[in-house]
Design a protein around this ligand. Structure first.
Ligand code: OGA
Ligand code: MN
Length: 295
């Protein structure tokens, strides 16, 4: 095995070299990547000319792919990519940038808020893998914030205060904060809030992290305004520059991150030009909190 991982930020993020992820990997390589994820939480692979099929196959080394249903408002017939691929581009089926007032475009602008993928699902995502197929000429960097380092640096009273808190997450909260408040009955049912612990513990390393996300819009047992002030304060703390890595994309970069211990966001870019980014998502295996029984 020729693979090696070099940390490229003071607290997290590894750059991986000596591996071709378009080909089947050896068990040693898979184990080394998992270990790298546990330590660095974000891994950068450069120059990986990968197809959608190869990206899905690489992702399956780390678990089953997440079922994307319930995570967006794009109708199946309007999807540009096959099942198993999350389209994070600004493109429609015709491969042209979406119109300014397209509801799908406006919904996707939510990726510019700090979030953790699928925190709006009862069983939230483990890893996300994002491949840059067409890089936008202006902006469009993706930023990652280390929620373990952010947790570690909280003072003891705050740690004690938040230890057992449970948040409510929904796509209607993240998009609601952008003024998108109109949803059909079907969407409301699909986006029903789920519960997530505010502090979670990594199953392998035992490290604690803040489980924050733009989807979090309430805390069980707290008045909403109080919950949102607390969440806002924690988000400000957690996204200080010292906890953030800024990724400047080159074509054929693939960046993989652990949603259980990171938040991320994309910065604004020139939406008249294409930005073709394709994500695969590895499903998580357990809820972080008991859900409210419905039905
Ligand atoms: C994502 C996401 C950011 C980006 O793929 O989950 O938030 O850079 N993408 O497009
Ligand atoms: Mn995301």
């Amino acid at each position: 095995m020729n693979m090696s991982i070099r940390q490229i930020h003071p607290v997290f993020v590894g750059e991986v070299s000596g591996v071709d992820i378009t080909r089947p990997l050896s068990p040693d390589e898979v184990a080394a990547i998992e270990a790298g994820m546990d330590r660095d939480a974000v891994l950068v692979f450069r120059d990986q000319r990968i197809t959608d099929e190869q990206q899905m196959a690489f992702s399956r080394n780390f678990g089953a792919l997440e079922d994307a249903r319930g995570g967006n408002i794009t109708k199946p017939e309007d999807k540009r990519l096959q099942v198993g691929m999350n389209d994070v581009s600004n493109l429609g089926r015709d491969s042209r940038p979406l119109d300014r007032d397209s509801r799908v475009r406006l919904f996707n602008l939510g990726n510019m808020l700090w979030h953790s993928d699928s925190s709006f699902r009862a069983v939230p995502a483990k890893y996300s893998l994002l491949s840059a197929r067409v890089v936008n000429p202006v902006g469009g960097n993706t930023e990652f914030a280390d929620m373990r380092a952010a947790y570690d640096s909280l003072d003891a009273p705050t740690k004690a205060q938040i230890e057992d808190l449970v948040c409510e997450h929904s796509l209607m909260y993240s998009r609601g904060s952008l003024g998108m408040l109109d949803y059909s009955e079907e969407e409301r049912a699909m986006f029903r809030p789920v519960r997530q612990r505010l502090v979670r513990t990594h199953p392998v390393t035992g490290r604690k992290s803040l489980y924050l996300s733009s989807h979090a819009g309430g805390i069980v047992g707290l008045p909403m305004a109080e919950a949102r002030i607390l969440l806002r304060e924690l988000n400000e703390h957690a996204t200080q520059p010292k906890f953030v890595y800024v990724h400047t994309w080159r074509p054929w970069d693939l960046v993989m991150w652990d949603n259980r211990q990171m938040m991320h966001r994309v910065r604004r870019y020139d939406e008249s030009q294409p930005r073709d980014m394709r994500r695969t998502t590895v499903a998580g295996d357990t809820p972080t909190a008991a859900q409210v029984q419905t039905g």
